[in-house]
Write a protein that binds this ligand. Structure first.
Ligand code: C5P
Length: 413
């Protein structure tokens, strides 16, 4: 897989983003940004009602395409002589309707075409993703339910709106909130990307540092950012794996589609990881687990008036080594963060911990991988064979590591 593919998976795809009038239309600006960042060409369309909530300008700046706002754009003549609803549907790989009001859902379900968006939908050849947003009472209305049912029976993907607090507090709780832009992006990728090679793989990933408590406010930890583990989890999920991510404290949001378990200490990570490992086909343990912890943590706060202080440290349990003992023919990948003797130390760890593959990277000097977006990694397998990579974005490295996992998993099946 090329680096280009990794950074822009929707490269070459043409997506129509149709925005109808609801308070959630501001979220579609973020969706336009995510789709464009993912490499897609995005043509926004705003209905007259959408224009009451959002301006065309942010969509134009983010996507590089002037939003279409009317059926007959005589004024300004942006597409003279053209039948833009037909030419657009000819070109598009996907139409995303977000937010979709009860009104557009009704028009789409019943085949009405009285404005640009509804007419475009009538001539759609590409799949349509509908991201509804409305008051929970409207979503529960039998006529809306019937229209949603009709659209689904016509083969369109109508997402479930989110539950919980609405934009306006007085609208109360219940289903009606537009699905988050990142959730819509996941559906877009799922529909447009080729057959995933990791479908059926149950994968555990660990990420981030662990924190070992010293007193009520202080802890020992390390510089790990979690970027590598989160990249592995989200790339594996996109490639079809069923991913469980166990992460120590990091500032990254849960990757869409990944079951994410947040932990603090090594003990908590151990419990979560060993529990999950029972039902996994493979694990990639990218966490920078603390090797030592205070032997006698203090329940209150250590007073500085007591002058100097010392902490007695004890070893933490080696989680991956325990997993290695219960490995069977499953795939187990570890990481080795080294400041020197990369190969020797990595191979020693691979053997001691009974791993199939170890990803070794430097954590000092100019290629320091810890906390960085990039890494210069060397992979070693159980035969001692080495594969060296240039400095790569961690997302790109994740693709290569997952290629190796896919091969080993295939062989073991
Ligand atoms: O021995 P070292 O800490 O260098 O080994 C790194 C590998 O072992 C990583 O995959 C890390 O997630 C794992 N590890 C672990 N439990 C520990 C220490 C490391 O699972 N206590």
């Amino acid at each position: 897989m090329t680096e280009e593919n990794n950074t822009a998976p929707l490269e070459g795809k043409f997506i129509v983003l149709a925005v109808t009038g609801g308070i959630a239309s501001y979220k579609s600006i973020e969706l336009a940004r995510l789709l464009t960042l993912d490499g897609a060409q995005v043509q926004p369309i705003l209905t007259q009602n959408a224009r009451a909530f959002v301006q065309a300008l942010p969509f134009q700046i983010l996507t590089g395409h002037m939003p279409i706002e009317a059926m007959f754009p005589i004024e300004g003549g942006r597409h003279p002589g053209d039948m833009p609803h037909i030419s657009l549907t000819d070109r598009s790989d996907l139409i995303v309707l977000a937010p979709a009001t009860a009104n557009i859902i009704a028009k789409f379900a019943r085949g009405m075409g009285d404005d640009f968006v509804s007419t475009l939908l009538l001539s759609a050849k590409a799949p349509v993703i509908v991201a509804p947003a409305m008051n929970p009472r409207m979503w529960a209305n039998p006529a809306v339910r019937e229209n949603v049912h009709l659209l689904r029976s016509h083969g369109h993907l109508v997402m479930e709106p989110g539950a919980g607090r609405m934009a306006r507090a007085e609208e109360g709780q219940g289903r009606g909130r537009m699905p988050e832009p990142s959730e819509i992006l996941t559906e877009v990728r799922r529909l447009l990307l080729p057959e995933p090679d990791l479908a059926g793989l149950r994968l555990l990933v660990s990420a981030g540092p662990t924190r070992e408590k010293w007193d009520a406010v202080r802890f020992l930890s390390n510089r790990s950012s979690g970027i590598m583990g989160f990249a592995l989890a989200s790339v594996a999920c996109l490639r079809g794996a069923e991913v469980t991510l166990v992460s120590g404290p990091v500032s990254l949001p849960d990757p869409p589609g990944v079951r994410t378990i947040r932990v603090e200490s090594t003990d908590e990570m151990r419990t979560a990881a060993l529990n999950a490992w029972k039902n996994m086909d493979a694990a990639i343990m990218a966490a920078a687990v603390a090797d030592f912890r205070p032997a006698n943590p203090i329940s209150g706060k250590q007073k500085k008036e007591s002058g100097s202080a010392s902490i007695e440290l004890e070893r933490t349990p080696d989680i991956i080594a325990e997993m290695g003992h219960k490995k069977g023919n499953r795939v187990l990948v570890g990481f080795a963060a080294e400041t020197d003797n990369l190969k020797e130390n990595a191979l020693d760890k691979l053997r001691r911990k009974q791993l199939d593959l170890i990803v070794a990277n430097a954590v000092s000097g100019e290629d320091d991988a810890m906390g960085s977006e990039t890494s210069r990694a060397h992979l070693f397998d159980a035969s001692g064979a080495e594969e060296a990579f240039p400095l790569l974005e961690k997302h790109a490295l994740a693709e290569f590591i997952l290629d190796r996992v896919a091969k080993m998993w295939e062989k073991n099946r």
